[in-house]
Design a protein around this ligand. Structure first.
Ligand code: PGA
Length: 251
């Protein structure tokens, strides 16, 4: 069985390094012998975090730039992240797509992450669910275009995060249900098998994200057809996030 994984996406929070360190210390108090725990912190906190973080928590970034180095003011490469000791990186988050990132840029970023031996957390998700199920075709095209040209042997090193946009954030009307998550997980696996062949499913990890919290984590992890959760606002609350880690540990 694949180890469960809990990924905290802190987004552009907290505003002070001192608060980030406090939160990180609370989270790493939890024993995570069974589940893998990842904190995707803002770029500015990655370096101070690396010296503080213990072995039971891995470090992730929230973005990267696809070139290795050069005249790209304000950007940070996969190589730089790897050199800092970062192991995971979120790619194609809907909040970055909303800023103009398209599938071809996301494809380059995925390739850059893999080249630098980072584990990309590749986000896909629809804005709305229509009765005609066209959202399935939308997810299919995000997968096809995002993963274009990636060798099938690399799929075991990628985590696919299903994050329906309608379920993301504190203002979301509801999170998805474990049934909706499971249905999408099956669809993602079918799409990957169609593109890369059924063997590529061995070791492929899928996580759910979108208002996941300490109340519904058990349901998603047991019945959502996923290997873990990508957690936004609940990961900024040490009590909630550590409870979710404990739930994952007990499965
Ligand atoms: P949320 O965010 O848990 O706050 O909905 C998840 C995400 O956007 O990764």
């Amino acid at each position: 069985m694949i180890k469960k994984i809990l990924i905290g996406n802190w987004k552009m929070n907290p505003v002070r390094l001192s608060d980030a360190i406090r939160l990180g210390k609370e989270i790493q108090k939890v024993k995570s012998a069974k589940a893998t725990v990842v904190i995707c912190a803002p770029f500015a906190y990655l370096s101070p975090f690396k010296t503080m973080i213990k072995k039971n928590v891995a470090l992730g970034a929230q973005n990267l730039f696809p070139e290795d180095s050069g005249p790209y003011t304000g950007e940070i490469s996969a190589k730089m992240l790897a050199d800092l000791g970062v192991s995971y990186v979120i790619i194609g988050h809907s909040e970055r797509r909303a800023l103009g990132e398209d599938d071809s840029v996301i494809n380059k970023k995925l390739k850059a992450a893999l080249k630098a031996k980072l584990t990309p957390i590749f986000c896909v998700g629809e804005k709305v669910r229509d009765d005609a199920h066209r959202y399935l075709l939308f997810i299919k095209s995000q997968l096809q275009d995002g993963l274009a040209g990636i060798p099938k042997a690399s799929l075991k090193n990628i985590i696919i995060a299903y994050e329906p946009i309608w379920a993301i954030g504190t203002g979301a009307p509801r999170s998805a249900t474990p049934e909706e998550s499971r249905e999408m997980s099956v669809f993602i696996k079918k799409t990957i098998a169609d593109i890369f062949g059924a063997q590529s499913l061995a070791g492929l990890r899928i996580v759910y994200g979108g208002s996941a919290n300490d109340k519904d984590a058990d349901g998603f992890l047991k019945h959502g057809g996923v290997d873990g959760l990508l957690v936004g606002h609940a990961s900024l609350d040490a009590k909630k996030f550590t409870k979710m880690i404990q739930i994952a540990n007990n499965i």
